[in-house]
Design a protein around this ligand. Structure first.
Ligand SMILES: C[S@@+](CC[C@H](N)C(=O)[O-])C[C@H]1O[C@@H](n2cnc3c(N)ncnc32)[C@H](O)[C@@H]1O
Length: 236
């Protein structure tokens, strides 16, 4: 696996999406000056790109290795909901010899103040041009990639073999918004890898939506309290 490279233009978005990579100075400044100024200005400073790249490569490799045994053996179509920059998609692309198509869904703007709680529609912190540039820079081909706005009419003409949503659906907002996509665009062997904030969801209710479900991982960090689950076959 080649090292993933985040460029300076990608950095701010990555830090919004994975705030555990913020430097300690940035966290202090956010507490001191509030989220508006932090979101507008200070997110850009006090964090070296090479440190972020080193940590990203180390941590995501582990994150991906923990998923490998649960992935479908082959896959043609992958859906990433709340993809952010789509780091996990680079690993998936390397993993499959027969290169899959990636459909990404996200929001194409940054909120004035970025919060990380749970609410009915989610919080936006992405930019599709930056996401595309990041993914093409790290090995995806443009004909493998489609990016959709979460607030648009989401009609697809494929069945996805794998649906991933890391720290997004179930973590920032409920699954409801995507149930019709699951109904129309998945099959009985579709694998779902989803992060669920237990505080805001009834996990048994979510498990009941699928033919099978298991917990892969339980985070213990107070600010990132979630379970990563693997489910197969959305019940229609
Ligand atoms: C914490 S980030 C996680 C990004 C990426 N999945 C990762 O693991 O690094 C959450 C992402 O969900 C996106 N998001 C927020 N609300 C959304 C919604 N309703 N539908 C799809 N994406 C949403 C945000 O813009 C952001 O990119």
């Amino acid at each position: 696996m080649k090292k993933i490279q985040l460029k300076n233009t990608h950095k701010k978005y990555f830090l919004f999406q994975r705030n555990e990579y913020l430097s300690s100075q940035q966290i202090k400044i956010r507490k001191l000056l509030g989220r508006y100024l932090f979101t507008k200005i200070f997110i850009n400073f006090f964090n070296s790109l090479s440190d972020i790249n080193d940590n990203l490569n180390k941590n995501f490799k582990k994150e991906f290795n923990d998923l490998i045994d649960h992935l479908p053996r082959t896959t043609s179509n992958i859906l990433d909901i709340g993809s952010g920059l789509g780091v996990i998609d680079i690993y998936l692309n390397e993993h499959y010899n027969q290169k899959p198509n990636f459909t990404l869904i996200d929001k194409n703007f940054i909120e004035k103040k970025v919060y990380y709680g749970f609410n009915s529609s989610g919080q936006a912190y992405n930019n599709f041009k930056i996401t595309k540039d990041f993914l093409l820079h790290n090995g995806l081909n443009s004909d493998q990639l489609s990016i959709f706005d979460a607030d648009s009419n989401l009609l697809f003409d494929v069945k996805f073999d794998l649906v991933v949503s890391l720290l997004s659906m179930g973590y920032h907002y409920p699954l409801d918004q995507y149930l019709s996509v699951f109904k129309n665009n998945t099959h009985k062997n579709t694998v779902f890898i989803i992060d669920i904030a237990e505080e805001y969801n009834d996990k048994n209710q979510i498990f009941n939506l699928f033919d099978s479900a298991k917990i892969l991982y339980k985070s213990s960090l107070p600010r990132h309290n979630y379970i990563r689950i693997c489910c197969i076959g959305f019940k229609k």
